[in-house]
Write a protein of this length. Structure first.
Lengths: 167, 124
């Protein structure tokens, strides 16, 4: 769909439950950010990969929709916004994600310390099942701000950062 | 793993350069590539222990992108190396954001067992 003139272009990809889903999403992100700086493209590629993996891991089938969820990438003049939307299997799952995003997004919080703490937990407990590093990397390496919304069984994570368009 | 013979899985290429040096190239974003990475890290660890090396070098300069599960694989290898008494030396490219940021944190997990060598672009 072509957006109205003057409005930011949004590229949306459905995250299908198949082997290539994350790569498919990364390709859409590359298309959406083709005019952005290399640093922005690298950051968006990381965020889209991590958010897509989360959608695949935690997204629950909804009615007749076989997909795990959607990822949308919007590039404005000076900002990038990525939205990941999926249905969650349990309120508990949604609460965990919400709490994690809240911890990561605390104003003045040191994301490097949080990231290191999680890596240290994994280092000390190799049997821990879930790495849970994706959202932290999105902030720490990608430079994104995160916000999270829960609407009934629907979970939305929004990642935003400044963007520079290559001349 | 055979010295000099690359192992290619999807967009990941891994090559045992010699008995104490591994070179990684490409990207890791699928479960298949991740499973192969874990398998090869385990083999390299066995090799390091068997040959009693004091240091094993992992050249990631051409590893452009990895997912978070791959970071976990690096953490697990560092843990094994620290417990086995050899050092892991990662050759990184500081121009790649995840190299610069994540390896500086990985080193803090086991400072005596991890060395970071920043060298820019690697061999093709």
């Amino acid at each position: 769909m072509i957006p109205p003139s003057g409005s930011p272009a949004e590229h949306t990809v459905r995250i299908a439950r198949r082997h290539s889903a994350v790569e498919d999403a990364r390709r859409v992100a590359e298309l959406a950010t083709r005019e952005c700086s290399a640093e922005c493209r690298e950051a968006v590629s990381l965020a889209v990969c991590e958010l897509s993996e989360n959608v695949l891991k935690y997204g629950k089938e909804s009615g007749s929709d076989p997909d795990a969820g959607t990822i949308s990438v919007t590039v404005d003049d000076d900002a990038i916004r990525i939205r990941a939307i999926n249905q969650v299997g349990s309120v508990e799952d949604a609460r965990k994600v919400f709490d994690l995003v809240s911890r990561i997004s605390v104003q003045g919080g040191d994301i490097r310390d949080l990231y290191r703490s999680r890596l240290l937990e994994l280092f000390s407990n190799p049997t821990l099942e879930r790495a849970q590093l994706g959202l932290m990397r999105t902030v720490f390496e990608g430079g994104f701000r995160l916000s999270c919304y829960v609407r009934g069984a629907e979970l939305e994570i929004v990642a935003e950062r400044a963007c520079r368009i290559d001349a | 793993m055979i010295v000099g013979e690359p192992i290619v899985v999807e967009s990941l290429e891994v090559r045992l350069v010699n008995a104490d040096r591994l070179a990684l190239k490409g990207s890791i974003s699928t479960p298949t590539a991740l499973a192969e990475l874990k398998r090869l890290f385990a083999l390299a660890h066995e090799l390091a222990v068997t040959t009693r090396v004091t240091q094993f070098t992992v050249d990631v300069r051409q590893l452009g992108f990895v997912n978070s599960s791959s970071i976990r694989a690096f953490v697990d290898w560092i843990s094994r190396a620290a417990h086995s008494g050899y050092k892991l030396a990662f050759t990184t490219n500081p121009a790649v954001t995840w190299h610069r940021l994540s390896f500086s944190v990985l080193k803090t997990l086991a400072p005596d067992s991890v060395e970071i060598v920043e060298q820019g672009d690697g061999p093709s």
